[in-house]
Design a binder for this molecule. Structure first.
Ligand code: NAP
Length: 262
């Protein structure tokens, strides 16, 4: 049986852990050759690659800080040279540092902007150049968050700003590729059980925050990374051939913000 990404090559940023790891593994199960990007988690990224290869798939791990354009260009060159092309980019790498209006620091704001926003731009630009050179189109899937749509979680205003920027970049990139067969879409996950919501919290604080997030969702629970990966797969596959410039909210039906529309 052939997979939904048979013959495709995908670059997934931040694939050493969490949603990126689940996406790289799902893509490989669906037949894609995968470039597993990491920044600090070399051991974890190598484990992801090892797992994919042990199941008969093809993958390589490539280190790059997505907030540094020369490193992004080098990573894209390496992936394209190794696999011969790049059909799919998942702009997943991201960080959440605390900061509301009265508490946000320039340092946190600048670092989140550099990774979450500039990283998305640098990766999309480098991969799009390759796609345009080949002329066979491609798929770009960005990772926003329901924070970017207005969910209110204490300490996440600065993060929400960067994720709102990803929503508009998605729409603008899609416009820019008019007629080029490059679909650009976005997934906005809700609270998902990865390292991200654990960071800076004790286990007790994590359980309290998860319980709060779950209670605000119509499905009354938080997500697992594999559930977000399935939405990313849809937008990366030919099932989304006529979908572009869109944001898919995967948050279990969070009812505490004004609109799900984008
Ligand atoms: P995570 O478990 O903390 O993993 C983050 C990933 O990003 C890691 O693989 C990390 O790589 C990578 N990364 C961080 N900085 C990087 C950099 N400068 N260059 C390259 N890679 C970098 O996060 P996650 O929960 O899976 O989140 C994935 C995406 O979903 C993010 O964009 C996040 O904002 C979004 N999201 C998450 C949630 C949630 O509740 N978890 C909700 C909504 C949206 P290394 O470990 O190798 O450094």
């Amino acid at each position: 049986m052939s997979g939904r990404l048979e013959g495709k090559v995908a670059l997934v940023t931040g694939a050493s852990r969490g949603i990126g790891k689940a996406t790289a593994e799902l893509f490989a199960r669906e037949g894609a050759k995968v470039c597993v990007n990491y920044f600090s988690g070399e051991k974890e990224a190598n484990e992801v690659v090892k797992g994919i290869r042990s199941r008969g798939g093809e993958a390589i791990a490539v280190k790059a800080d997505v907030s540094k354009e020369p490193q992004v260009i080098a990573m894209v060159e390496q992936a394209a040279k190794h696999f011969g092309k790049i059909d799919i980019l998942v702009n997943n790498a991201g960080i959440l540092l605390p900061g509301d209006l009265l508490s946000m620091t320039d340092e946190n704001l600048d670092l989140m902007f550099a990774i979450n926003v500039k990283g998305t731009i640098y990766c999309a630009r480098a991969v799009a150049k390759k796609m345009l050179e080949r002329g066979t189109g491609g798929k770009i899937v960005n990772l926003s968050s329901n924070a970017g749509l207005g969910t209110s979680f204490k300490g996440t205003t600065a993060y929400a700003l960067t994720k709102a920027a990803v929503l508009i970049l998605t729409k603008r990139f899609a416009y820019e590729f008019k007629g080029q067969n490059i679909n650009v879409n976005c997934v906005a996950p809700g609270y998902t059980e990865t390292d991200m919501p654990h960071r800076g919290r004790t286990q007790e604080q994590f359980l309290q925050a998860s319980g709060e997030a779950a209670s605000r969702a119509m499905l009354n629970r938080i997500a697992q990374p594999e559930e977000i990966a399935k939405a990313i797969l849809f937008l990366a596959s030919d099932d989304a051939s006529f979908t572009t410039g869109q944001n898919l909210v995967v948050d279990g039906g969070r009812a505490d913000y004004l609109t799900h529309s984008f």
